[in-house]
Ligand binder design. Sequence first.
Ligand code: SF4
Length: 310
Amino acid sequence: MLQQTRVETVVPYFLAFMERFPDLARLARAPVDDVLACWSGLGYYSRARNLHRAAGICLEDHGGRLPSSQEELEALPGIGRTTAAAILALAHDQPRAILDGNVKRVLARHAGIEGWPGKSSVAGKLWKEAEARVPAKNAASYTQAIMDLGAGVCTRSRPACEKCPVAGDCVAWLEGRTEQLPGPRPKKTLPRRCREFWLVCDHHSRILLARRPPAGIWGGLWCLPEADELAGLDPEKGRLETTIQHTFTHFRLEMKIRRALISPADAVTDNSELEWMSVDQAMGRGLPQPVRRLLESGLAGPDRTRQPTE
Ligand code: SF4
């Protein structure tokens, strides 16, 4: 959950998730829809799908436990070099180097490593530095400490160098370059994509949602259908209700939301992944964040769904 996401955001999701799936077996046996529903709003949904698949593999192939070797951990979906190493260091006190975003920042500043950490030559230097520093003993404490240092002291902006325990030999601090290190990501303009989505309501205030294919954006989540998923609807009958901007890591999506009021019988489609549901039912499903916000705004509420179609 903490990949690309701040602790404050994660805490309520983590608590709810652990209450719903308190152990690996219950996570593995749950429908993926339930897992996505618990993750709904947190973004980067491939993490939830990978976690669910990994739990299944652990149950089938590893006796219901997480494996304890780097190779076996990295073979699980969603677990890369750093996550596997962090599990081994924190859970088994093995001397393994990790390189998450916080650790990259600490090392780049403390060792004075120039350049954007996303560049492979820079990442190579950081990995070398990370490996050289892991102690043979107390790896768990060291790993937790360097992650905490990055999260709480050596922060992205205005690091608290005056109270930093490693300030004495920190290159960035001694040379007054904390603002320059680590090097910034090269600027590039995100491409823009424009797509039309349908807020289709019936006379019982229900809405029509479509489950997205497992791969691709919002994979496996329930979303407003796009025009090509509604074979029986004439897009001309829907009026433009609102436009929502949503930013992914690699593009910006402009969602044009069209509204149509129809009877279920009119929504003729051979798509078995379409389902009519109340707004309350929809809120219990895994929804992309902009769709959840749209439904929370009341735009699909009973008073709105009775408006005539233009
Ligand atoms: S002295 Fe400042 S820049 Fe250096 S590691 Fe500590 S907090 Fe980071």
